[in-house]
Design a protein around this ligand. Structure first.
Ligand code: ADP
Length: 396
């Protein structure tokens, strides 16, 4: 049976899912952590609740991926490497070169390398993952799935900053967005749930995880999105600031004597929920103490405010809305957060069904049946989307 591997390679970790395709059945998933460090960990979950874990030093990605593939054989999850006929790789930055997933060629790899300028932490690791899998599984089709691709449909007035135009033509200075695979997946599922063609819908998809972004989807296409040139822009996130007046950055740098790199680290890693609350970057920790800790409450209030503000903008930009969709860690799991957000959206005709909102499980309509605008909770599934793209390109 043909199997497809969905891969998300980072600089010191690699997450994977192995799916039976076209049946879309997950047969194994797991990760390699601490690549290049001591005591690296390979974890594989498979079968009905079985788990394999090994801890040993893994010096580089090639050794790690070799170990992973060998373990899949040893655990009888596959009987031959050639059973894996496709590998789909998440790639963070696709720039203006990629508006959809592509089969990886030398030319594609070269472009991914060049786009490292836009995503210095991610693209080099993504490219390394691609190269190693190509070497170890030379017969499998290799596909790149870009976080930015879905957003390439944004109109110019939405993706361009109000900066001198030559910075766009010279350096590609514009909004690219991110989480595109997730927004695309939940939008497709929303259309199924609403029983309407996606092309007839105006949706706002809320990917609220540690990284968080909001996308306006009109006529089935990304129309606007909250992340910018990089994923730092937009709403308040776990440790990222989201939108800030750029002049303030220089003001703080001057007073605190911070280098550009140090300031960028603060904006990416010490701001957001963590920075405001000084308690935690995890929404669960903040919700636990919301009634007793003013800073936790303030962090949550700011988070909710930014989400609501973007929804308002996008309703106005699209000239209406049919449904909002909650997904990712916070969006899928936090009953109180969904309530806090929807309670502020009454003006738009969204009414929360509190009982539905408390329900666990997958794909739930959480608005009342008479709500003019629907609210949905849809668990995201980027790996499945990657596997589907591999399947589509394999059959082309
Ligand atoms: P990412 O993929 O961006 O790392 P996830 O989508 O996995 O993030 O989301 C992780 C975040 O989801 C956590 O940091 C936590 O804040 C939040 N989260 C998970 N479960 C809950 C919950 N039950 N209530 C509130 N927040 C939650």
């Amino acid at each position: 049976m043909a199997k497809t591997m969905a891969v998300n390679a980072g600089s010191s970790s690699l997450k994977f899912q192995l799916l039976e395709m076209p049946a879309e059945q997950v047969i194994a998933k797991g990760q390699i952590e601490r690549i290049g460090l001591k005591d690296s960990i390979v974890t594989i979950k498979y079968g009905d609740g079985q788990k394999f874990e090994t801890i040993e030093d893994i010096d580089n990605h090639e050794i790690g991926i070799n170990k992973l593939l060998q373990s899949l054989l040893d655990l009888h999850i596959i009987t031959d490497f050639n059973e894996i006929t496709g590998v789909g790789h998440r790639v963070v930055a696709g720039g203006e070169w990629f508006n959809q997933s592509v089969v990886v060629t030398e030319n594609v790899l070269e472009k991914i390398d060049r786009l490292a300028e836009y995503a210095p932490l991610h693209n080099p690791a993504n490219a390394m993952g691609i190269r190693v899998f190509q070497k170890l599984l030379p017969n499998a089709i290799s596909v790149a799935v870009f976080d930015t691709a879905f957003h390439q449909t944004m109109p110019k007035e939405n993706y361009l900053y109000s900066l001198p135009y030559q910075y766009y033509t010279r350096y590609g200075a514009r909004k690219y967005g991110a989480h595109g695979t997730s927004h695309r997946y939940v939008a497709e599922r929303a259309a199924v749930m609403l029983d309407k063609p996606l092309t007839d819908l105006k949706l706002i998809t809320l990917h609220l995880g540690a990284g968080a972004s909001i996308t306006a989807i009109k006529d089935g296409k990304s129309f606007d999105t909250s992340m910018g040139f990089t994923p730092l822009a937009g709403i308040t996130m776990a440790t990222r600031s989201g939108d800030v007046d750029p002049s303030l950055i220089y003001y703080i740098q001057e007073h605190e004597k911070l280098s550009n790199a140090e300031m960028l680290k603060i904006l990416n890693g010490k701001s957001g929920l963590l920075g405001i609350s000084s308690i935690s970057s995890d929404m669960r920790d903040l919700l636990d103490v919301i009634d007793t800790n003013d800073h936790a409450k303030l962090a949550i209030d700011i988070f909710v405010n930014r989400v609501v503000k973007y929804i308002g903008q996008y309703v106005a930009e699209m000239g209406g809305i049919d449904a909002i969709v909650f997904t990712a860690g916070i969006g899928e799991n936090s009953v109180p957060l969904r309530k806090m957000i929807i309670d502020k959206l009454g003006y738009f005709g969204i009414k929360l069904d509190e009982k539905q909102n408390e329900k666990r499980g997958s794909e739930i309509e959480i608005s009342t049946s008479d709500s003019a605008v629907k609210a949905l909770m849809i668990p995201t599934n980027e790996e499945l989307m990657i596997a589907r793209d591999v399947e589509t390109l394999k059959n082309k």
